[in-house]
Write a protein that binds this ligand. Sequence first.
Ligand code: NAP
Length: 223
Amino acid sequence: MPSVLVTGASRGIGRGLVERFAARGWQVIATARDPKAIAARDGVVGYPLDVGDPASIARLAAVLAGRPLDVLLNNAGIYGPRDVRLGAIDYEAFRAVLETNTLGPVRVTEALLPNLRAGARKTVVTVSSIMGSIARTQSPGALIYRTSKAAVNMAMRSIATELGGEGFTVVVVHPGWVRTDMGGPNATLDVGTSVEHLVRLVERLRPTDNGRFFDHDGSELPW
Ligand code: NAP
């Protein structure tokens, strides 16, 4: 059975992804800042991981050393301040969002590269957002979050070009607008629907998809 490591598995989309992958028979490594928050079930093992903490990432890589991994699913993310206005940007908060949303997925990918190289699927999926699409940005707002997701899009596209020759599939995905703590109660999708689409998408990914930006339904999004 293929294996997947999910970051940010304590709640929201990450928790849903763990449940869906496990239900589909995948071997799931669920990671969270507080591993006690990971729902226990067959086929799931939990480990602590704070994607904003390089020491935590190094500890996870050491624990998993020598173990092949098919798919890394970078899901952990934060929104940061909701009300961002020019003239009053909170740069400490900006830095924290970049650490989690941009540097985090890059650091985790880098740390787990030996595991991914030893895996059969060699796949890295990062949960980004349509809000990171430069082409789709036509109105003000969410400067910090948008910037962090546009930056992780570029980082993953860049990694895709570096690893494509080794048969890797590195993509970014938008999960839809999902009813989670981040998405809020008015979002259009429930977690179950979003993760059902995302898991199906991951199962169909091929090396020819390397470097693409997908919506949860598998359609392609503009950068
Ligand atoms: P959520 O309900 O707020 O959950 C966020 C998850 O990320 C939690 O498990 C949280 O863990 C984890 N996390 C945050 N910082 C972390 C860190 N430093 N290390 C490890 N885990 C960390 O959000 P969500 O809606 O499920 O979002 C998941 C992903 O989808 C994010 O990347 C988000 O940007 C993206 N996304 C969501 C939507 C939406 O509509 N919901 C739309 C587009 C993109 P704790 O419990 O420890 O805080």
